[in-house]
Design a protein. Structure first.
Length: 502
């Protein structure tokens, strides 16, 4: 049985509808990385601890990852257009609350609720594309545009944030969501056709709870274990998360109308594409988040200069996303995906030579290659995922793709951040610097900048130099670990996607 849709959308209106949909994914992508540049300003204003700063950066992605499957399935049931428009309105309202957060705790709360709203947007957009574009070649190009904007949003975040932070306060990076979401709601209500599964079955609330608890608990365990070692709280979270996910899978296999059809994962191409999604974005988002801090607080660029310095990643991802379908057809799906993953891995590997004085030639080249690799791999895998499922399951399948995206973004920040933070905190106290001041500086690089400015010039300069060296060392090790993961993923994707075609 096919998805319930209106009559086929005329060609011109199809592409106008696509333009509306990519507004949503562009903003969600921007919101993943825009905080990288705002981190120093948040540190100065809200005074978060190092752990709070990491939570501000990744709680948005954690919540989205935990809810995407549930929201994708909900869209299949109540209508993807309806869910997209309601979620867009909520996203805009929560952006205002986040912009005016008065404490680190409030910022974490509003960012988490933004994640709830964001979870309604991503699967709805990809599922609507599946129904708006019935022709496979047209759909491949549409997914290419969608993938380019998704990857570009992650990379453009620092540019947009840099411009706003040059001229306004840090809250402005969230207020830009409001007019864009208003346009999306107004145009989307006119241009987007409604589509849903005509016989979806009930929305199973126990499955919703199990998937959310499982994903968030597992990610929390990984984050805490990487940062502080495998303590009792991380172990407990891992047990709770894995138990909840096991129960979720068992329940889906028994339900006549599951929240997520687990049999999709028996398809080797589907599973390989999901894994490649996760690891591609892990490399991109983790690097961009911490490189933003490196460019500002180590190499002393202004926010706008730092944002423009990261522009090659956006350019590379847009170009690769638009050409991805053609590349995959002329070579092979596994060649395009494995090549993209290998490119990101090699670019991360080049960062092991990073120094505080590294020239922009190396940094810009690394970002360009990362953008090309991510745009290529992410777009082809999205096309593979859509083409392997029936239309009535488009929302749930899209949600799996987006869960991989958001989980990759969160884990990229969490895992790379845990390595960076763990090594950063180990720098020795320079002579003449009180141990209390050094302890404050070890909380985060932003805190080190503030502490150094409060000290006399000589000891303050030594403290800042030690902090910058330590942060750069952590970034080198984190990038090296990420490179190994992505190169291994490239080899695995080559095996899993064997024989897969668009």
């Amino acid at each position: 049985m096919s998805s319930q849709t209106v009559a086929p959308t005329p060609t011109r209106l199809r592409w106008l509808a696509l333009g509306v949909l990519v507004l949503a994914v562009l903003l969600v992508g921007i919101d993943v990385t825009v905080l990288g540049l705002a981190a120093p300003f948040l540190s100065e204003d809200l005074r978060p601890s190092g752990t709070q700063l990491l939570w501000i950066g990744d709680v948005y992605s954690f919540v989205i990852a935990g809810l995407l499957v549930s929201m994708g399935s909900l869209g299949d049931r109540i209508g993807r257009k309806k869910l997209l428009l309601v979620g867009s309105a909520a996203f805009g309202a929560l952006s205002v609350l986040t912009a005016y957060a008065h404490s680190a705790e409030a910022m974490i709360l509003w960012r988490a609720l933004m994640g709830v709203a964001g979870a309604t947007l991503m699967p709805a957009t990809l599922a609507l594309i599946r129904n708006i574009f019935p022709d496979p070649r047209e759909r491949s190009l549409a997914v290419g545009v969608w993938g380019a904007m998704t990857a570009a949003g992650t990379a453009v975040g620092p540019v947009v944030g840099g411009f706003l932070l040059e001229h306004y306060w840090w809250g402005s990076v969230f207020l830009i969501n409001v007019p864009v979401m208003a346009v999306l709601v107004l145009l989307g209500s006119k241009l987007l056709p409604e589509s849903k599964n005509p016989a979806p079955g009930p929305w199973d609330l126990p499955s919703v709870g199990l998937s959310m608890v499982g994903l968030i608990a597992v990610v929390y365990a990984v984050k805490e274990a990487a940062a502080y070692g495998f303590r009792w709280d991380a172990a407990a979270a891992a047990v709770v998360g894995l138990t909840a996910l096991y129960a979720f899978v068992r329940r889906q296999l028994r339900l006549p109308a599951p929240l997520l059809d687990m049999r999709l994962f028996a398809h080797r191409g589907f599973s390989g594409a999901v894994l490649a999604d996760l690891l591609t974005i892990l490399g991109l988002s983790g690097l961009v988040f911490f490189l933003s801090q490196f460019l500002q607080m180590v190499q002393e660029r202004t926010p706008l200069q730092a944002g423009l310095a990261e522009l090659p990643a956006a350019i590379g991802s847009i170009v690769a996303g638009l050409l991805a379908g053609r590349v995959a057809r002329r070579t092979s799906v596994r060649g395009a995906v494995s090549g993209g993953l290998a490119a990101v891995g090699l670019a991360l590997g080049a960062c092991v030579w990073l120094q505080t004085t590294t020239s922009y030639l190396l940094l810009g080249s690394v970002l360009l290659v990362v953008g090309v690799g991510a745009g290529l791999a992410f777009t082809v895998t999205a096309d593979v995922i859509l083409s392997t499922v029936p239309k009535e399951q488009a929302g749930a399948a899209s949600a799996v793709s987006e869960t991989a995206y958001e989980l990759g973004a969160a884990l990229g920040i969490a895992l790379l951040g845990s390595v960076v933070t763990g090594l950063y905190r180990s720098f020795e106290t320079p002579s003449g610097v009180p141990e209390g001041s050094a302890e404050h500086a070890r909380q985060s690089l932003g805190e080190a900048v503030q502490t150094a400015h409060a000290l006399p010039s000589a000891p303050g300069g030594e403290l800042l130099a030690a902090a910058r060296d330590s942060f750069t060392e952590g970034l080198r090790y984190g990038a090296g670990a990420g490179a190994l993961v992505l190169l291994a993923a490239a080899a695995l994707a080559w095996r899993l996607l064997r024989g897969q075609r668009l």
